[in-house]
Design a protein around this ligand. Structure first.
Ligand code: ZN
Length: 237
């Protein structure tokens, strides 16, 4: 299906998910696309994320990246389970709703700017996961501005905080950002390195990042980088 427009591929996958037997996107139990217990674990609880570097934008996230949430996001992004967008999108929406009053007060509301996936990831999936989540949340990314990766970056999975920063540093470019105010949108925040780079790119292009909204926050265990999520990186979103 690689020659089909990505939106069509995603639509076909959605349709197949209805027709074929499914397992729970959170725990793998056969039967429902999402069992009640896993669905309950995806109830949004938006809160500011603590412990990120000072240069990172202020981040709000609505779920902990663990258990059923992590499994569902992984299946949504890399196992063709685009139907899970409907279950995951409310958390992304809740993060944006939570931070919105502070950033939209007194002036032009900011645009929603999606952190980009690499071209190989986009080709492999046939759709952009975060943009699709935003769409499922009933929200629209800004159309006049976009972030691009300007070089290939490695997988963030096995990298520590400093290595992650170096890996994505200078890797993005913002097109059409001049004079604009933006809320960055991504699926998972871990060390904040990707969001920091995105914000740097926006500022370098003459724009401003007022906040960032993520679906989930992955808390890193100190000294155990191998336990950090294996599939969230600027190269593999
Ligand atoms: Zn389940």
């Amino acid at each position: 299906m690689s020659d089909l427009p990505s939106a069509l591929v995603a639509t076909v996958r959605d349709a197949l998910a209805v027709l074929l037997p499914v397992d729970c996107g959170g725990c793998g139990q056969p039967g429902l696309a999402l069992c009640p217990r896993c669905r309950a674990s995806m109830t949004p609880q938006p809160a500011a994320v603590d412990g990120l570097p000072a240069e990172a934008p202020g981040v709000t996230a609505a779920l902990r990246y663990e258990g059923a949430v992590a499994a569902a996001l992984r299946r949504y992004k890399d196992a063709g389970r685009v139907d899970l967008a409907r279950a995951l999108a409310p958390a992304l929406r809740a993060s944006i709703v939570e931070l919105w009053p502070a950033v939209a007060a007194g002036g032009e509301p900011p645009g929603l700017l999606v952190v980009p996936a690499s071209r190989p990831a986009l080709r492999r999936r046939g759709y952009a996961p975060v943009a699709r989540l935003l769409q499922s949340a009933g929200l629209r990314a800004t159309s006049s501005t976009r972030l691009e990766l300007t070089r290939r970056v490695g997988d963030q999975a096995d990298l520590g905080r400093e290595e992650r920063r170096a890996n994505v540093s200078g890797a993005m470019r913002a097109v059409g950002a001049r004079g604009g105010r933006f809320v960055l949108v991504d699926d998972v925040v871990t060390t904040g390195a990707t969001l920091t780079e995105a914000a740097r790119a926006v500022v370098a292009a003459g724009g401003q990042v007022v906040a960032a909204a993520c679906l989930a926050h992955a808390e890193r265990r100190l000294q155990t980088t191998s336990e950090t999520p294996g599939h969230h990186s600027a190269d593999d979103q």
